[in-house]
Each structure stands twice: as C-alpha cells, then as structure tokens.
Design a protein around this ligand. Structure first.
Ligand SMILES: [Zn+2]
Length: 595
C-alpha cells in the first residue's frame, strides 16, 4: 500500500472536516453549508464510508487531501505532511521540493522569533518597561498569552545572535523572513528594535510575520512597522485575531473588522471577541473568502472619514455577491478623542458594546455620511448625494433591499423615484463603461438521459434493498451504460459480498474516480430526500423493469433506424430482404417485451 493511501486510511474525513465546519448527520452521511460557495440550504455532503466530500450545488468534490488543499490553502505536500503529523505515520519516500523546505525553514525561524520576543517580554529584565507599558494600557496577562505578545529589545543584533549564532539558521534564510535587514556595509541588523511585538498568524495558526509598535516615541521612527511581503507573509490574506478568536467568531457567525492590533485585544478583553484587524484600510477578496467560511455578517468599524468611506465602497464590492451581510459600526456620534476603538474600550467599554450591537447597514451608513457633507435641500447638494450613493444603491443585489434604499434616497432628496432612477441609471452606465465585464460561469446542466437516471437510481437502491449479493448479480446482468458502473459492480462482486451492503468494505481499494461516481449515486439529494416514505423493494423491482424497458426502447429505436434506411431503397437485394424481415421480427419481439 502506498504511503499516501496509508495516511488517508488513518484519517477520518468526517472528523477533519467537522473540525472546520459544522456538520449535521443526515442519513448515512453528513451535510453542511458548502464552504466553497455561499448557500442557504446545505448541499455539501461528507461520506464517512467513501471518505469523500461532494457539493451538489457547486460540484466541488474530493478526498481528505483535496479538502485540505482547497479549504486550508495547503499545497499537496503540505496537506500530506499535515496528515502525516496528525496520524503519526512518518513520510519516507515523499519528495519535497526545495521551495517546500525553504518555506518550512522560514516558518521555523518565525516561530522561534516569536518565542524569543515573548520570553523577553514576560520573563526577562529587558522587558520590564514593556510590561509596565502593557499594564498601563490595561492589557491582561491572559491577553499577552493568548496573542503571544513579545518585546524586541533596542539593540541591533539581539535576534540575529539568537537565531543565527545559537539556533544556527543562515543569515540568508533569516533575511527572507523580513526579520533582519542588510546594511550598506553588508552587515545584517534586526528590523524590529525597541518595539512591542504582535505575532501575525495565518488562519492555520502559523506565525508568518510581525507588527511592531514603538515603545517610546521617537520622531525619527514610524510608530508601527510590519513585516514586508515575503514568501509566507501576504498582507492581503492576513486577518489579525482570526486564529486566536476563531471559536468565538464561528459561534457568533459574525465578525467586526477593525484596523489595529490593540483594538482587537482590548475589545476581546471587553468580551466583544468576534473581532479581527486588517492591515491597511481595505478589506480584500482573499480576506472575505476566509471569513465566508465561518461568518454570515461582516461588521466594519473603520474611520468615518473619506478614506473610511472609500474602504466601505470597496467592501461592498468584495462582499458583493456572497450572501454575507455587510454592516457598519457608526463611531461618528462619539467625542473626538474616542473614535479609536482601543481608546473607547478602555474608557467606556459599555458604550463599545452598545455600538457593536447597534450596527447599521452599510447603505444606511453611506447615506448618512453623504448627508453630513452635502445639503439635500439644494440642487448641488442633491446632485452630489445622488452621485455618491445612487449607483451603489442601484446595484444592491437583493431586489427588496434595493427598492427600500432607493425609495429612502428619493424621499430624503424630495424627488420622485422615477426621476431618481433616471439619474442612477445614467451614472451607472457611465461607471459600467469603465469596468471590465464580470466573469459569469454558465450554469451547468444536469446531464444524462432517462436511462442514465434509472441506472443511477438502481445503483442507489442497491444499498437500500435486502439480499445485496443477489441483487448485485441481477444488476450485473443488465448492460449498464453509465461510465464506471459496470467496473464498480465488478469490484463489489470481487469482494464476495454478504447480504448486507457495507460501503466501506465494498469500496476498499476502489479508485477515487469510481468512488466519486458512486458518491453521486448513493448520496444524490433527490434520492435522499424521498427516503422516508419509500419502499425499497418495490422501488427496486419497478426501477429494474423500467430500466429494462428503456433499454428495449433504445434498441427498438436503433432497429427502426436500420429498417427505415432499408425501406427507403427502391430496390432491395435478396440478402437485404432477409435482413429487413429479421429486423422487423426483432422489433416485434422487443415490443412484446415492453408490454
Ligand atoms: Zn458548494
């Protein structure tokens, strides 16, 4: 047995998927809302017996290795490595690429750096000032542990000494993590100095970079600096706090998006712990994709200025056609000094909790923002407001919601809806001309004729009827047309099956392609749904007879075509005459079978 198979066999896909998304038992399998497309009723199935998953909505399908690659964003090698560690089965022959090795080393370096900074913060004399600073900001010991905060001392080469001299990592490797820089004279030095350190973790919990905040104000240095883009750190994919607070975020099915690390930590301390921070002010598609797996609602809490409004318009676009709801925490009513979430939580946690609960729709927020800047009673003001929010409202995906906001806008401006719509359409047309056409995938049609459907149903029924072995033999007598069916039945027969079908035993050693075909029949939702009332034995005999009739009908069609072509001939040879009467006899015989 190959190592890959061995590792797969030792892993339970139901357990692994269940650790990531909520699975509900359903008949012989488990179902869930699909993590790969957005939907309201579950069409994603995981089979314990086949050890595969399949979405009947978007057609995503695969085994446990495919799932890790698609859901966790691992490469094939990483997925295999992950399962090898999980199952304790050591990989021997597997060839890792030099790039895999390098990535692994960089992650090790980053992990060690986190340990180093954390140790200095919590246990070393050099971290005393940083500890006092955190105490002053009311950051608890529990938070320091949860977020693994650290301290980078002011010297030039503390980290280099630790990672290079003590832990023996090469300077080139360390440089590739962004932790150290090379000066003009060719000498390396630490990037982060005299800073409080926030480890940045990816959604799998691996440290991929850092954000460092200057401990003592220095006009020559930036208050915050971050790891630059590296092989493992990608700013656009990072959500600070997602790993640490994942359980809460998943439970509440919503997430508040803020801009700073301290905002996340303080808010979590105030028990508003469904929160993450983004780097920079715009939510990216990658981040939305990550969030779509666990939340239904994204609540933005960004600065209420023009940059914040631009970020919200961008968010509307990226959240776009997902089913997630986009809301905004309106901080504009607060005193000037409190507009910072961290500041607000420290001075007035109750107020923050209230605001978090009373978020407004992003459309409402943009309208209010526009009304603060323009006067809706003057023609110039009306025009500016329509220009700012009209096209956005005109493109709200849900018709009822769209209608609501357009009417609200018309009322606010004291114009008729018709007049407003003329303007909205004109502005949208202008904007659309500058936008590339959206990619649309053609809806895939359900393929297969009547015969394929009957064959699939028969295969499904085989697992519901009594006397499996005998019925299997019956089904094998029928010339099934669907791809792979005969091979599947042959493989079953080779297992010398008992009367009760055990999918797991029957499919052991079956290729993944055949397993997938089987999955489609055995877990097809249209069959599963009617299972409560049906009588399998009766369905079985009806389906088999319908299938035989269908096959006869197809044969008749072929024969009739041959007959027609012979009959069309003006003159037939004797041989042809004999053939024709033979064909006719066959048709009559088949037609008798049909009735
Ligand atoms: Zn799907």
């Amino acid at each position: 047995m190959s190592q890959i198979q061995q590792i797969k066999d030792a892993t339970d896909i139901v357990q692994l998927v269940g650790e990531r998304i909520k699975l509900i038992r359903s008949g012989g399998s488990y179902k869930a809302l699909c993590p790969f497309h957005s939907e309201k009723t579950p069409s994603f199935f995981v089979s314990e017996q086949l050890q595969r998953y399949r979405c009947f909505g978007c057609d995503e399908t695969g085994d446990v290795l495919d799932f890790l690659q698609k859901y966790d964003g691992m490469t094939f090698a990483e997925a295999l490595q992950y399962l090898s560690e999980r199952t304790g089965i050591k990989l021997q022959e597997f060839q890792r690429s030099p790039e895999d090795d390098l990535r692994e080393r960089l992650l090790e370096v980053l992990h060690l750096a986190k340990e180093y900074y954390h140790y200095l913060l919590v246990s070393h004399q050099v971290g005393k000032k940083a500890r006092a600073y955190l105490k002053d900001r009311k950051i608890s010991t529990a938070s320091i542990e949860l977020f693994q905060l650290g301290y980078a001392p002011p010297g030039w080469d503390g980290l280099i000494k630790y990672l290079h001299q003590k832990k023996k990592y090469s300077l080139e490797d360390i440089q590739k993590t962004g932790l150290i820089l090379r000066g003009a004279g060719g000498k390396y030095y630490d990037r982060f100095r005299g800073r409080l350190m926030f480890p940045l973790k990816d959604h799998r919990g691996r440290v991929v970079g850092f954000s460092g905040r200057l401990l003592e104000a220095d006009p020559k240095e930036a208050k915050y600096i971050n790891t630059p883009e590296t092989m493992v750190y990608h700013k656009s994919q990072l959500l600070y706090g997602l790993k640490e607070l994942f359980a809460e975020i998943k439970k509440k099915e919503e997430v508040i998006v803020v801009e700073g690390e301290f905002d996340v930590i303080s808010s979590a301390q105030a028990h508003i712990n469904q929160i993450v921070a983004i780097k920079g002010s715009a939510l990216t598609r990658e981040q939305v994709k990550l969030l779509a797996r666990s939340v239904k609602k994204i609540i933005l809490s960004l600065d209420a200025d023009e940059a914040g409004a631009a970020a919200m318009r961008r968010a509307i676009e990226v959240v776009g056609d997902t089913d997630m709801e986009l809301r905004v925490i309106d901080l504009s009513s607060l005193e000037k000094g409190q507009k910072d979430v961290d500041e607000l939580v420290r001075t007035n946690p109750e107020e923050w909790r209230k605001l978090a609960e009373t978020s407004v729709s992003v459309y409402e927020f943009l309208l209010n923002l526009s009304l603060r800047h323009h006067d809706p009673t003057t023609p110039e003001g009306k025009r500016a407001i329509v220009k700012a929010v009209g096209p956005i409202f005109g493109q709200i995906p849900h018709a009822v919601e769209r209608d609501f906001y357009l009417k609200k806008l018309a009322e606010t401006l004291a114009v008729s809806l018709d007049v407003l719509m003329q303007d909205v359409e004109r502005i949208s047309r202008g904007a659309a001309a500058n936008r590339p056409a959206a990619e649309t995938a053609p809806a895939e049609e359900i393929s297969g004729g009547r015969r394929e459907k009957l064959e699939k149903y028969a295969l499904f029924l085989l697992f519901s009827v009594k006397e499996f072995a005998q019925k299997l033999a019956v089904l094998q007598e029928i010339p099934l047309k669907s791809t792979g069916f005969l091979q599947i039945l042959e493989a079953f027969a080779a297992k010398k099956p008992q009367d009760k079908a055990d999918l797991r035993i029957l499919t052991a050693g079956l290729g993944e392609d055949l397993k997938q075909i089987l999955f489609d029949a055995v877990y097809a939702p249209q069959f599963q749904n009617m299972q409560k009332t049906f009588q399998p034995e009766k369905e079985w005999s009806q389906t088999l007879s319908a299938l035989k009739k269908e096959i006869a009908r197809e044969k008749i069609e072929v024969l009739q075509a041959a007959i027609a072509s012979l009959e069309q001939k003006a003159k037939r040879t004797e041989k042809e005459e004999t053939a024709l009467s033979g064909l006719l006899r066959k048709v009559v015989e088949l037609q008798r079978q049909l009735h």
